[in-house]
Design a protein around this ligand. Structure first.
Ligand code: XMP
Ligand code: MG
Length: 229
């Protein structure tokens, strides 16, 4: 009986050793994911190597942004009681703000998107606005809320508002997460402004530089050496 137990124990130990020898990838690595993708995500963390190289500083943290999104959603809820606004996100920069905003709102709403030409690879606006993707739905008689990532010169939104006026919406209001008032070239202001920010190029939370940094959960000031080089 004792021998059988010893043999069973030896067999169990051998099975465990064989399993780890055949399936080494089953072992769990500690910390931040596995492989290259995990390393890349780790680099996006606040205080990580990526930040030190590319950003001057964090301008707005995840918590600050979340608080502002709740505040704006509350204001829209109060203003649009018994109405169903059409939220129009201006792609691509507004996609994360839009997703968080509509989820923070209690008001039922419809959602659509427009894509317009932006800065491309540079950090200075050309002023040229081109519609790359138009709305899928008619805005006639609707209460439209334009959702922007940032109001800068104002050229993009004033162009879109002029264009929309021809389709006879019931109302058009502007909601922007960020606002650089000192950069304005046309007289336009947001009905729902988020943060007023200084004239520095910012990235993250949907905003890009050459299609990079959109997936940062916070907003950072881009180091000038990135766009000057
Ligand atoms: P305008 O000048 O028409 O521009 O008001 C609005 C668009 O310009 C882009 N923009 C920025 N994008 N960091 C960015 O990533 C910035 O600091 C910045 N400033 C302006 C943005 O696409 C916005 O929709
Ligand atoms: Mg952009």
């Amino acid at each position: 009986m004792k021998n059988i137990r010893i043999i069973a124990l030896i067999l169990a130990v051998l099975m465990v050793i064989t399993t780890f020898a055949v399936f080494p990838s089953c072992t769990v690595k500690p910390g931040g994911g596995s492989g290259e993708k995990g390393a890349e995500i780790d680099n996006y963390q606040e205080g990580g190597a990526y930040m030190n190289a590319d950003f001057s500083r964090i301008l707005l943290t995840e918590a600050e942004i979340a608080g502002k999104v709740r505040e704006i959603a509350g204001r829209i809820d109060r203003d649009y009681e018994n109405r169903q606004p059409l939220m129009v996100g201006i792609l691509k920069g507004s996609f994360i703000f839009m997703a968080d905003l509509v989820r923070a709102m209690k008001t039922p709403c419809a959602v659509d998107f427009m894509a317009v030409s932006s800065y491309g690879k540079g950090s200075v606006s050309t002023g040229a606005v081109r519609i790359l993707k138009d709305l899928d739905t008619s805005i006639e008689g609707k209460d439209v809320i334009l959702v922007e990532d940032i109001l800068d010169s104002g050229l993009t939104l004033s162009y879109i508002i002029d264009l929309m006026a021809r389709s006879k919406p019931s109302s058009v209001r502007i909601c922007t997460l960020l606002d650089k008032p000192e950069r304005r070239k046309v007289p336009i202001s947001a009905d729902y402004p988020g943060f007023g920010i200084p004239d520095e190029f910012v990235v993250g939370y949907g905003l890009d530089y050459a299609e990079k940094y959109r997936n940062l959960p916070y907003i950072a000031v881009l180091s000038p050496h990135i766009y000057n080089s």
